[in-house]
Design a protein around this ligand. Structure first.
Ligand code: GLA
Length: 379
């Protein structure tokens, strides 16, 4: 708000916020029509904006102006190709392009963006930017875009503009979460079910300070393998596969990828039951099992994620730990008894030694986090 007033000398007409997320369990299942169980974080991206008033009728043709605290300024018109816009602002530009492409009558605006979501830590800062942007476009145009539709448009930005064939986990978590709850999403029909988080446990985000490089190709490769396995089994997606199906596949790599998806879907549903029964020990075991499956069957973990998760499991008050998000680098999470969080963090930071083969490029940081509210308009 203050940044907007300082930059443009007026009060913004709308302010929208969208949180980052962690995924508690259900990893690499979203693009397989499976189950995911994320929660929104108390970190968010906030956009303050006002519409551009100009005399031209060509609303899509007028130049939008956005300022981001950490990244600087970007100017673009919605009728331009987002590929020519600076990378961080491409998410804003791309979201506008997708809304227009879907037939929404949106107009250009100017705005300021601030975020406290650590970038590159697997906390979905890009999805938060897409969702906050969508809310701004919608509010200024007086349009209510359905949450699942908004999430789908954010996914299209990733798929069609950023070239990442991701699912809808990140956007749905940012837009559909409820404070104090984890968010069970059935990615086959996009039903969202809030599941209360126990009050006596805290999720601690473990940012290894490592950042992804060149892993988009690995993500696309996993997605392609899952499609190939589903096709070979005669299914639309691996959602329909069972453990018995695995031996029908000839390729051991496809067998392993399928085993991950089938067992991860089962673990996610079991995790929901554990949450409902307030059984943190079972939830912790499921989280550890998820990490193991991602490390060995799906092969998307990395030395730092393995090391920090392994250490976390041996620190005071921890029920379980695993990588979260796409993998390879970035963040892991630990489920920790609420009254032991301080001791846990202290111990982990003291004992953690980043693996030499994957040194951090940013500080190793821990963030204890409660499940927070999904995106919305603030003003
Ligand atoms: C990234 C993608 C999501 C999801 C996760 C893995 O965060 O953006 O769609 O596939 O990886 O679960």
């Amino acid at each position: 708000m203050a940044a907007f007033r300082d930059t443009f000398g007026e009060t913004p007409q709308v302010v929208a916020r969208a949180p980052g997320r962690v995924n508690l369990i259900g990893e690499h299942t979203d693009y397989n029509n499976g189950f995911v169980l994320p929660m929104a974080l108390p970190f968010d991206t906030v956009i303050a904006a006002s519409p551009l008033h100009n005399s031209t009728d060509d609303r899509a043709g007028s130049t939008m102006e956005v300022y981001s605290e950490g990244f600087g300024q970007a100017r673009f018109t919605l009728s331009d190709d987002p590929a020519h816009t600076v990378t961080w602002a491409r998410y804003v530009h791309g979201t506008g392009v997708m809304l227009a492409d879907a037939g929404y009558e949106i107009g250009p605006w100017r705005g300021t963006i601030a975020t406290d979501i650590p970038a590159g830590a697997s906390l979905s800062s890009s999805a938060a930017l897409e969702v906050a942007t969508g809310l701004v476009f919608g509010a200024l145009a007086g349009i209510a875009v359905e949450p699942t539709e908004m999430a789908r448009l954010g996914q299209r930005v990733e798929n069609e503009i950023m070239g990442l064939p991701s699912g809808m986990l990140d956007q749905l978590a940012s837009i559909g979460s409820v404070a104090g709850h984890a968010t069970l999403i059935d990615c086959a029909d996009l039903t969202i079910t809030p599941v209360p988080m126990p009050g006596d446990a805290v999720i601690v985000v473990l940012d290894t300070g490592t950042r992804r490089e060149l892993v988009e190709s690995a993500y696309a490769d996993r997605q392609a393998s899952c499609m190939a396995a589903a096709r070979a089994l005669g299914y639309d997606s691996l959602r329909d596969a069972t453990l018995d199906d695995i031996e029908r596949l000839d390729d051991p790599v496809l067998q392993a990828r399928t085993r991950h998806v089938v067992t991860e879907n089962a673990r996610t549903l079991a995790a929901v039951e554990a949450l409902r029964a307030d059984d943190l020990s079972v939830l912790g075991v499921l989280m550890n099992g998820s990490h193991h499956s991602l490390q060995f069957d799906y092969e998307v973990s990395g030395p730092a994620l393995d090391a920090i998760s392994e250490l976390a499991r041996n620190c005071t008050g921890c029920f379980g730990a695993r990588m979260t998000g796409g993998g390879f680098a970035g963040g892991a999470i630990a489920l920790v008894a609420a009254d032991k969080v301080e001791a846990f963090c202290h111990e982990l930071l003291e004992r953690y030694e980043p693996p030499a083969e994957q040194p951090p490029v940013a500080p190793v940081r821990l963030y204890p986090a409660m499940a927070s509210a999904g995106a919305g308009l603030v003003a």
